[in-house]
Design a protein around this ligand. Structure first.
Ligand code: PMP
Length: 316
């Protein structure tokens, strides 16, 4: 779908996956004017396909587009584009429990622009790819390192929206972490260098005496849709969930830590290393709360439990 100065997107069409034709002076290429989303379609046991909260991704893209001075598709246009693309690729949705179809909506400033200013034309597209379960052996704990040198986002910046440039700032820290055997990086706030922010592509939660806490969403971390869903699921199961500043020292004294995101759903954290000190969690990371929440959310997404929240959309 394309959009020029009038801010309205044209009707979309299905195209075969392939290279994009793009001006060398496209705004996205030079000034990072781009946003993306990530969500998944799951196959139910009866063969039909479920989308999980696509309106939330549409809304997040609209909020991001406002921050990036871009027009964005309406919620209906966004969800319809996903519906059309997934239905056309339905055969690629893996069987229940064997993975999912990852859906990647992308909005870019495709028009040519030389000075630092918003592009005159925009392109919105959606492509899909089957993905396996994030962890081959089911639920497996990850090992994080707290990053002291690099930051992902700062106050007043674009850390709270899913813009393409945010990911450029994590490469260096992630490369360093992976070379040292860690799964991912846990970022701290860049003012006090003390409060937890998030992991490169997930939000973080800690559990102490059955109370679940997660950093507040205040502009420097991405408001994850899995984060929001887990908060509701956990509260529905009677857990107290607090959104508050979580300091890095608390990591020394919590029972469980887990991350949430579309890719991992819920990833239990087995250990966190901070200033050379490694702290281990739960039963080799597989804490009771993390396991329970992982199971509740994945069952709901696959249509294996009743969707009391009305979060899934069945296609056809
Ligand atoms: N934080 C960042 C930086 C991310 O890229 C993601 C993945 N979209 C998340 C958190 C988790 O968000 P969600 O649950 O919507 O996938």
């Amino acid at each position: 779908m394309k959009c020029s100065q009038n801010g309205m997107f044209s009707k979309g069409e299905l195209l075969r996956y392939g290279p994009l034709e793009l001006s060398p002076s496209s705004g996205a290429l030079h000034y990072g004017q781009g946003l993306f989303e990530g969500l998944k379609a799951y196959r139910k046991e009866d063969g039909s396909v479920l989308l999980f909260r696509p309106q939330e991704n549409a809304l997040r893209m609209r909020i991001g587009a406002d921050r990036m001075c871009m027009p964005s598709p309406t919620i209906d246009q966004f969800v319809d584009a996903i519906r059309l693309t997934v239905l056309a690729n339905k055969r690629w949705v893996p069987p229940t429990g064997k993975g999912s179809l990852y859906i990647r909506p992308l909005l870019i400033g495709s028009g040519a622009v030389l000075g630092v200013s918003p592009a005159p034309e925009y392109t919105f597209l959606v492509f899909v790819s089957p993905v396996g379960n994030y962890f081959k052996e089911g639920l497996a704990p990850i090992n994080l390192i707290v990053e002291n040198e690099y930051h992902r986002a700062g106050p007043g910046g674009t850390g709270g929206v899913k813009t393409i440039g945010n990911y450029a700032s994590v490469f260096r820290a992630l490369k360093k972490a992976k070379e040292n055997g860690y799964s991912d990086v846990l970022y701290l706030d860049c003012i006090h260098k003390k409060y937890l922010e998030e992991v490169s592509s997930c939000n973080i939660f800690v559990v102490k005496n059955k109370v679940i806490s997660t950093p507040e969403v205040k502009g420097t971390i991405l408001p994850g849709i899995t984060r929001k869903s887990i908060i509701d699921v956990a509260r529905g199961q009677g857990y107290q969930v607090e959104e508050r500043p979580v300091s890095v020292e608390e990591l020394l004294d919590v029972d469980e830590v887990f991350c949430t995101g579309t890719a991992v759903v819920v990833a239990p954290v087995g250990s966190i290393t901070y200033l050379e000190r490694r702290v281990e969690y739960g039963n080799k990371g597989l804490g009771v709360v993390s396991q329970q929440l992982y199971s509740s959310l994945t069952r709901l997404q696959m249509g294996l439990s009743e969707d009391k929240m009305g979060w899934t959309i069945q296609l056809e």
